[in-house]
Design a binder for this molecule. Structure first.
Ligand SMILES: Nc1ncnc2c1ncn2[C@@H]1O[C@H](COP(=O)(O)OP(=O)(O)OP(=O)(O)O)[C@@H](O)[C@H]1O
Ligand SMILES: [Mg+2]
Length: 327
């Protein structure tokens, strides 16, 4: 199994539950495991009954398990400040206000949220040398797909910006100092340096996601969830990110054969419907079904988590070479 494991899926299907259970499974198998969530509702904190923050913190009562919760709003704010600072250092005082205004506007556009979160994800991946496995509990499908599809898109955009900047420096040099030392200004240009740094960042992200990350989709046995999963699997595949398996959650338990009350008949019909969806998942998807988790009578936390972990047929073994996915 790759070092980085992502769980995606529609809202409320059980992503947090599955990622927590898988993280517990990895930790119990002896891997130093970090679970990372981006849920503003702090559901990872709820699952473990412990408040987590922005940095990895050991989970009480578990060995080899750490957790952190990234607050998306704070990330956008942080990203905004960082961008302002990075550019502010490089332009004249007169331009700072105008640039600040532009950056603030850019952060209100759709996608800014994803961009900020993406940066943080990649930061976590880059600085995860202490961990054998990092499990990402992602936001619902749409956002995650956009998020993970960003590196190639942004790399292309940065290439275009770089070419523009090179051209304007070139023109400036030709006008100002003639064509004697054309590389002089280019080499020391802070904006080119920043663009190069961002390009390396996205190259790292793209490569890491393609080569050291595995994706699992959590799905409920109903029509909407199955349809959404099909779209998500195709979307990920289009970006060169293969979905490794489907984790089916919230299956209705069957009543005993001798039970025939109204409740039992209802459950039996419900189980039948769900079996049909399960068949669709098995027959029409390329990915294997790696878990069939029944609906529990309570939220999945504590001992339930260990129980669900045992039902996940997802490999925990660390990457073949310790260098895999490390930086
Ligand atoms: N198999 C199950 N049996 C009983 N309760 C479950 C099961 N799976 C999940 N739940 C409960 O359902 C709720 C939603 O699950 P969870 O938080 O894991 O979903 P999610 O996909 O992470 O949701 P979101 O999209 O809001 O992040 C939680 O209260 C969780 O404890
Ligand atoms: Mg969640």
């Amino acid at each position: 199994m790759e070092k980085f494991v992502f769980f995606g899926g529609k809202g409320g299907v059980g992503k947090t539950t599955m990622s927590a259970a898988y993280a517990v499974k990895c930790a119990d198998a002896g891997l130093d495991t970090l679970i990372v969530s981006t849920d503003p509702a702090h559901s990872t904190s709820d699952v473990f009954d412990q408040r987590f923050g922005d940095e990895p913190e050991a989970v009480d009562g578990r060995t080899g398990l750490w957790a952190m919760e990234i607050d998306p709003d704070e990330e956008v704010e942080h990203h905004l400040m960082e961008t302002k600072r990075a550019l502010g250092d490089q332009v004249s005082a007169a331009m700072v206000n105008e640039i600040d205004r532009q950056i603030e506007m850019a952060h209100q556009t759709p996608g800014a949220y994803e961009a900020a979160l993406f940066d943080r994800f990649v930061d976590v991946m880059r600085s995860s040398g202490d961990f054998d496995r990092v499990v990402f509990d992602t936001s619902p499908t749409g956002g995650t797909l956009r998020l993970l599809g960003l590196p190639d898109f942004l790399e292309g955009w940065i290439d275009r910006l770089t070419r523009k900047r090179e051209r304007s420096i070139d023109l400036f040099e030709k006008a100002a100092i003639g064509n004697n030392e054309p590389r002089r200004v280019m080499d020391g240009d802070p904006i080119l340096a920043r663009l190069r740094e961002r390009k390396e960042f996205f190259e790292y992200a793209g490569e890491t996601l393609r080569e050291h990350a595995a994706f699992f989709l959590v799905v409920n046995p109903d029509e909407l969830s199955v349809r959404e999963t099909r779209r998500a699997a195709e979307g990920l595949a289009d970006r060169g990110l293969a979905v490794r398996g489907l984790a089916v959650n919230r299956l209705t338990p069957s009543p005993d054969d001798d039970e025939n009350g109204r409740g039992a008949r209802y459950l039996r019909d419900r189980v039948e419907t769900e079996r049909a969806h399960l068949r669709t998942l098995r027959e029409e998807f390329d990915q294997p079904v790696v878990a069939e988790i029944e609906t529990r009578i309570e939220e999945v936390k504590g001992d339930f988590l260990t129980e669900v972990a045992a039902e996940l047929d997802i490999d925990t073994a660390a990457p073949a070479t310790p260098e895999d996915g490390r930086t």
